[in-house]
Design a protein around this ligand. Structure first.
Ligand code: SF4
Length: 241
């Protein structure tokens, strides 16, 4: 079995090239046959997540799904989670909260940390909780797509993840934004209504704004020129903004 400690190139010749539903399903079948319950899907409940959950349930209906519940999400995101639970009742969905509540964080590090030190805020509210979640998992799934941003353009389907010392599986790397929406419409999947209001990428409410560029993450951390990632997929200096 491929693990972080025993990393070797996955058997790509046996996995059809990703791109479209069949390729992604083949990757997921390989991943669940290999890791089973030791595989965690870190789900944002954005548009990509709807496709991923739909594919995952056909392969492993009671898959482990974790949502990093920062305490700062839009109410529409929680409504989406409820709709997903109704559509896919077999999934094992957990909401993972940070060690400190938003109020406790404000008391300890200052009010609205996201305005002053967003990397630090992301570390406490997202990265550390995922680190804790993955400490008992061998591999995790992410919905990254190469089209999303230059920093994601070289995302591998299966890679050795130094950040969380595990194996990272990204079955949707070659899906386009249009592919995602075509699948959502075709399967009549639930989705976050904020997408209809101009939000292509939806994270915490204080750090998410609408954007007219549906292919980018420009609506995330719009007040900060250089920040486009929360730190789950790249190493950030979390001691400062
Ligand atoms: Fe904090 Fe914003 Fe990161 Fe959410 S997205 S954890 S509010 S900095």
């Amino acid at each position: 079995m491929i693990t972080y400690e025993n990393w070797h190139q996955p058997p790509f010749p046996d996995i059809p090239a990703p791109g479209g539903k069949e390729g992604s399903l083949a990757v997921l079948r390989w991943a669940y046959e290999t890791y089973g319950d030791d595989l965690v899907y870190a789900c944002s409940f954005g548009a990509e997540s709807m496709v991923m959950l739909d594919l995952i349930t056909t392969v492993y209906p009671d898959a482990h799904v974790v949502f990093l519940d920062t305490g700062l999400h839009f109410k529409e995101t929680y409504e989406t989670i409820d709709a997903v639970k109704e559509r896919f009742p077999s999934l094992n969905i957990k909401l993972k909260t940070p060690e400190l509540s938003v109020a406790e964080q404000a008391e300890k590090y200052g009010d609205e940390l996201w305005k002053h030190q967003p990397n630090r805020c992301c570390y406490y509210r997202k990265v550390k909780p995922l680190e804790d979640t993955l400490s008992g998992a061998t591999a995790w799934i992410s919905g990254l797509r190469r089209e999303q941003s230059p920093s994601r353009a070289n995302t591998e389907v299966i890679s050795k993840d130094e950040r969380f010392q595990s194996v990272k599986v990204c079955p949707l790397v070659n899906w386009t934004w249009d592919d995602i929406w075509a699948h959502i419409k075709e399967e009549q999947l639930p989705y976050n209504r904020l997408h209809d209001e101009g939000y292509p990428s939806i994270g915490c409410a204080p750090c998410t704004t609408p954007s007219d560029d549906p292919h980018s993450r420009k609506g995330r951390w719009a007040a900060f020129d250089t920040k486009s990632e929360c730190g789950l997929h790249v190493n950030l200096d979390n001691t400062n903004a």
